[in-house]
Design a protein around this ligand. Structure first.
Ligand code: MN
Length: 145
């Protein structure tokens, strides 16, 4: 097991819906991620540039700059282009997944996305196994030993 897989990772959550933002942020924090929140495309771009998160969850329908445009901007910027972007969207039109990929998104999840599904996708990308912060156990365990 690499040491890096236990490092705290920072996720930038770009989501304009307050309920979704609260549910996703709470779930991610619960399993040990640091979460930065943004409510619009412009704010998402700004937070990505200033905080350099390890991963971005990008809602597509967001104010000012939509998620596709924000992704294009971030993937064109040498400072931010390596950050994985997972598009999370309620758009269900057939072309939307393709459009997300063309914008440079690394993955695409169609809403409704359960917090468990979201966390599983993010954990998989980091090669991480989530242990809820509140879980009581006997101490550190070796996984896959
Ligand atoms: Mn939205």
């Amino acid at each position: 097991m690499s040491q890096a897989s236990n490092d705290t990772k920072t996720v930038l959550l770009v989501e304009d819906n307050e309920d979704n933002r609260f549910i996703y942020a709470t779930a991610l924090r619960y399993v040990g991620y640091d979460v930065i929140e943004a409510v619009s495309g412009a704010q998402g771009i700004e937070q990505a540039r200033t905080r350099l998160p390890d991963l971005i969850l990008m809602d597509i329908s967001i104010p000012d700059v939509d998620g596709w445009e924000a992704t294009i901007v971030l993937k064109a910027d040498p400072m931010t282009r390596a950050i994985p972007i997972i598009a999370v969207t309620a758009h269900v039109l057939p072309g939307d997944e393709r459009r997300s990929m063309e914008a440079g998104c690394d993955a695409y999840l169609a809403k409704p996305v359960s917090p468990a599904t979201l966390i599983a996708e993010i954990d998989r990308r980091f090669g991480r196994v989530s242990v809820p912060q509140g879980t009581v156990n006997s101490g550190p365990r070796e996984l896959g030993a």
